[in-house]
Design a protein around this ligand. Structure first.
Ligand SMILES: Cc1ncc(COP(=O)(O)O)c(C=O)c1O
Length: 441
């Protein structure tokens, strides 16, 4: 065991979204990964039921991506994209535009999903201002939405623990109701039949604030971090119609639904609705190098770029926008996605996945199961007075038994790499089933 696989001091790293005290008292360290598996620092195999954090769609340690990054690092380690350019950033954007839904052709690069969310909101505001509607400053999100951790993302997002520690949010923000309705939709496979009308709440916000004050609506096509909420059939279409009717931009946050997870390149394709702006990250580079992106329609790009005075048109960007190593990883990753038809693989195994996760119905404390693409949410009845405790214990039992799951509140969220095969699905479901039973005993 070397020093990397076994650190002797865990103090300095202030871990993100983690219970630092309990983790450092009893650490779980992943030292390496390959294909569908992680290996702990004591070399225990752990099946990856979450593609890292919804991001390693092509599986771990893909040679093609590693080699592309190595090669690029030796040719051009870094070059600015402010008033300068380098070829591979343009190539990555063009390659991404090829697989984006028709109508989304322009790509702005960021380094994460959070930056993508804030970038999309800023582009929406800049667009309206450029076309003489500077009063459209209001941003509409949705209860339980997750758009990362920037101030834009947490303001428009609707997850209260992510907001209440930090005081003031952005002004001029309002929220649609969430779509979680277990009284109507518990144990639905795929899109629930009930709830398309929940999109009509946008008419209420329009009546309250005036359509001409609203810049954009941002939603996740399938909400992930809140514990997997699949949109009711027809809901997103209705939202699209209302946004178009009122001149409001529709932003899809596809940070987790992009790059094959829904059985198509993007959730928009699967769900049959094209937004005006789309945020991405994670699967874009198979998570090998951090990178995010915002795709915009030609009308939005032209509106901002042609509608601005000569000089810089959008006062926004990151030192690492279009970073050469990230661009190389993105191209290699999109090439792999196409060569191995990862969206097609996800679609082909989805019926098996769906049947397998729904077989957990009837286990003690399982109150709902939902799925879409290669995503599943298993909602547990929380322990009285101890929210999250049951799920955290199930998580630890799974980890001890060689399976990585993710939990949020008392909900288990699963999102395995798209290269998953049926024996892996069986192993995920068996391990989780044992953990849920053991926790009830
Ligand atoms: C829908 C969505 N948007 C944004 C983000 C934030 O991405 P990042 O952690 O890369 O900033 C996430 C992360 O899980 C996400 O699920």
């Amino acid at each position: 065991m070397n020093e990397i696989s076994r650190p002797n001091n865990l103090d300095a790293f202030w871990m993100p979204f983690s219970a630092n005290r309990s983790f450092k008292a009893s650490p779980r360290l992943l030292a390496r990964a390959e294909g569908m598996f992680y290996y702990t620092n004591d070399n225990r195999e752990v099946l990856d039921g979450t593609a890292g954090l919804w991001c390693v769609n092509a599986g771990h340690g893909r040679r093609e991506i590693v080699e592309a990054i190595q090669k690029q690092a030796a040719v051009l380690d870094f070059a600015p994209t402010f008033q300068m350019g380098h070829p591979i950033a343009f190539q990555a954007a063009a390659r991404l535009a090829e697989i984006l839904p028709d109508g989304l052709d322009r790509v702005f690069f960021t380094n994460s999903g959070s930056e993508s969310a804030d970038t999309a909101l800023k582009i929406a505001l800049a667009y309206h201002r450029a076309r003489g509607e500077a009063q459209r400053v209001r941003l509409i999100g949705r209860e339980r939405g997750y758009h990362g951790v920037g101030f834009g993302g947490i303001s428009v997002g609707g997850i209260s623990p992510n907001r209440k520690q930090f005081g003031a949010m952005l002004p001029y923000v309002d929220h649609l109701p969430h779509t979680h309705a277990p009284e109507h939709n518990a144990f639905t496979k795929g899109e629930p039949a009930w709830g398309a009308h929940l999109a009509d709440a946008l008419e209420g916000l329009v009546a309250l604030h005036g359509a001409d004050t609203i810049a954009a609506v941002m939603v996740e096509p399938v909400a992930g971090s809140t514990g997997v909420l699949v949109p009711p059939a027809g809901y997103l279409r209705r939202l699209r119609e209302l946004c178009t009717k009122h001149g409001i931009l529709l932003i899809f946050d596809e940070v987790i639904t992009g790059f094959g997870r829904m059985g198509t390149n993007f959730g928009a394709e699967r769900l049959g609705v094209v937004p005006d702006l789309m945020t991405m990250a994670k699967g874009l580079t198979n998570a090998a190098v951090p990178m995010g992106a915002v795709a915009a329609s030609e009308a939005i790009y032209a509106g901002v770029v042609d509608g601005s005075p000569a000089g810089i048109e959008l006062f926004h960007g990151y030192t690492y926008s279009g970073h050469p190593l990230a661009s190389a990883a993105a191209i290699a990753s999109m090439d792999l996605q196409r060569a191995e038809d990862l969206p097609g693989r996800a679609l082909a195994i989805e019926p098996y996945w769906e049947q397998a996760v729904h077989s957990l119905r009837g286990l003690p404390n399982v109150v709902d199961i939902r799925n879409a693409g290669l995503i599943a949410g298993i909602e547990l009845q929380g322990r009285a007075g101890l929210p999250t405790d049951r799920a955290v214990r199930v998580f630890q039992r799974c980890f001890d038994a060689g399976l990585l799951i993710r939990t949020t509140g008392d909900i288990v969220a699963l999102s395995p790499p798209l290269i998953i095969e049926t024996p892996h699905v069986d192993r995920i479901v068996e391990t989780l089933s044992d953990a849920i039973r053991a926790e009830a005993a």
